[in-house]
Design a protein around this ligand. Structure first.
Ligand code: MG
Ligand code: MG
Length: 298
């Protein structure tokens, strides 16, 4: 299937949808603390989304006979992605990835942030830092003249050089009038391989990075993805538009990190956009890996 190129109007609408996700995640930032039930956070999120005239994109999302039950994916500890909000109370030292998707006026927003709950271990703080920075390393490749494999290569090489496991079984994706569009955007790859990136493509880039093995398992609920060795995992996601020279990031962590600082005195996790001159690299198209889209199939 051809990868859609977005008009300026499309991009503006996607930015609005991303803005609503940002509002939800900023409110989550104010509320994430020890003792909070993750289902309570989900209720707040759904209210914000519906009050804005939008729809939670994950709630009711179907893969075969499995239906996702909530507005947010709440992935705590060794849960990589697609955890269910529940009566679980967040505990000091937890890492919780909160992934939010909305449909606003026919366009989708989808991005994620991993929050530290109270004080977290040095090892887990470093996991957050590396995962977030790897996202920006990937984004630095989302420019005209590069290929999808350059994004995966950037994420993978950054994380593996630091001893982390890069999840293969789930991938990023295009986004637009559908939550999951082509192309798939793996977090591993080879330079110069995969689909050619063109101006106006919109991508969700979302590294899922483990402190241990990259291997994952699926719970009996058909959704919850965990690390195979029980080690903690982190997940950050941004929505970007492929441009010449430098990708345009539609989602923002600013409101989230301002809220974290104001409410909890949390120092924002380091991890900043990479500004790097990029040169096109030529190579043949490779087959897309048979991995699964995030939220598309566990
Ligand atoms: Mg996504
Ligand atoms: Mg997401």
């Amino acid at each position: 299937m051809a990868i859609s190129i977005k008009s300026d109007h499309d991009v503006q609408m996607l930015r609005r949808a991303a803005g609503l996700v940002g509002e939800v995640l900023a409110e989550m930032a104010r509320r994430v603390q020890p003792g909070v039930e993750t289902i309570a956070l989900d209720r707040v999120a759904e209210e914000i989304i519906r009050d804005a005239g939008a729809r939670p994109a994950f709630k009711g999302y179907r893969v075969g006979s499995e239906v996702f039950p909530a507005s947010l994916c709440m992935s705590v500890g060794d849960v990589v992605v697609h955890g269910f909000p529940s009566a679980y109370q967040l505990q000091e030292g937890d890492l919780v990835s909160i992934d939010c998707g909305v449909e606003l006026d026919g366009y989708f927003g989808d991005f994620a942030y991993t929050f530290p709950v109270g004080e977290v271990s040095e090892e887990n703080r470093t996991l957050l830092t590396v995962t977030k920075q790897s996202l920006y390393e990937g984004i630095s490749q989302a420019v005209v003249g590069k290929r999808v494999g350059d994004i995966g290569y950037a994420v993978q090489s950054f994380c593996e050089a630091r001893g982390y496991g890069v999840v293969r079984d789930l991938v990023g994706h295009g986004i637009g009038r559908s939550l999951h569009e082509d192309p798939q955007v793996p977090n591993v790859g080879r330079r110069g391989q995969g689909k050619r990136l063109k101006e106006g493509m919109t991508l969700c880039i979302e590294p899922m990075i483990n402190r241990g093995t990259e291997r994952v398992t699926m719970d009996a609920d058909g959704w919850t993805v965990r690390t195979a060795d029980g080690a903690p995992s982190a997940h950050y996601e941004h929505m970007v538009v492929v441009r010449r020279g430098e990708a345009e990031i539609l989602s923002s962590y600013d409101a989230i990190e301002t809220a974290l600082a104001q409410t909890h005195g949390t120092t924002p996790t380091p991890g900043v956009p990479v500004h790097r001159a990029t040169a096109p690299e030529g190579a043949a198209e490779s087959a897309q890996p048979a991995s699964l889209a995030v939220s598309a199939q566990g």
